[in-house]
Write a protein that binds this ligand. Structure first.
Ligand code: PLP
Length: 260
């Protein structure tokens, strides 16, 4: 029988099919995993912006995850939009109970900057989920928020590691200092390990952060060591962005099933 590593994914719906759970499902499936999607919120959005969202009650999120964790042997937990502090707690409890590696995309806002989280959620991410996190993939805005407003990436990494997060990839997509290249910084327990640079692509994309974090989860589920996880996930994400499609009039949507 064919087997695929199961990745338990917590995230929001996205009717554009570009970010959130649709992005996770496409990425994980393309990279050889079986995604088990746990809905944390329903969003109302188009390719321009988020018009609103409604969080799913945390107990219902916990029930969705609970039945799957009893039935399936999951390899990795991946989180995106968690919507409420109570849902963060549900995820953290299960991560601890099942001792699974956790990949956290600390979604605080959409790519266009619309808020998808509040201060309580940020506090819960720091105090409840980072202690169980194998890898977090914040962009520069999210890293700054997780590090209490600190602006220097090396100092941010030390502060985030103090919460217990083991590996940290600060992605440079939202760093406007360089319009030609994007620099991503990888840290292990607060110490710099390596930087990765990529050419900055023209256009605005919807769901690039979700694609990267899910690709990392897929390679971790495949047993790859962390530097290669990041390298391969960045290559996959970049390729998806170069094959992006434009079903709407706003942001482009990554072509996650492109094969060349
Ligand atoms: N998760 C959901 C449900 C979203 O709607 C969004 C953005 O709109 C994101 C995550 C983050 O998307 P991105 O990968 O563009 O940062």
């Amino acid at each position: 029988m064919n087997t695929r590593p199961v990745v338990l994914v917590f995230g929001g719906t996205d009717p554009t099919g570009g970010a959130g759970l649709p992005a996770d499902i496409q990425t994980l499936t393309r990279l050889g995993c079986h995604p088990a999607p746990i809905v944390t919120a329903i969003t109302i959005q188009d390719s321009h912006r988020v018009h609103g969202y409604e969080a799913i009650d945390a107990s219902r999120v916990g029930m969705q995850a609970g039945v799957i964790l009893k039935d399936f042997e999951c390899s990795v937990i991946k989180t995106g939009m968690l919507a409420t502090a109570a849902t963060v707690q549900q995820v953290a409890e299960r991560a601890q109970r099942y001792r699974l590696p956790v990949v956290v995309d600390p979604v605080l806002a959409s790519g266009a900057g619309d808020a998808l989280a509040d201060d309580d959620l940020l506090a819960a991410l720091r105090q409840l989920l980072l202690p169980h996190t194998l890898l977090a993939t914040p962009n520069t805005h999210e890293a700054r928020a997780l590090a209490g407003g600190e602006t220097d990436p090396d100092a941010q990494a030390r502060l985030i590691a103090d919460f217990g997060c083991r590996w940290l990839l600060i992605t440079g997509t939202h760093d406007e200092a360089d319009d030609k290249e994007i620099t991503h910084r990888l840290y292990h327990q607060g110490e710099p390990v390596r930087t990765f640079t990529q050419p900055r692509l023209p256009g605005e994309f919807h769901g690039s952060g979700c694609t990267l974090a899910s690709a990392c989860a897929a390679f971790i589920a495949g047993g790859v060591e962390m530097e290669s996880v990041i390298e391969q996930a960045l290559v996959y994400t970049h390729r998806s962005l170069t094959r992006a499609i434009a079903p709407g009039k706003g942001q482009l949507i990554p072509g996650r099933f492109a094969t060349e």
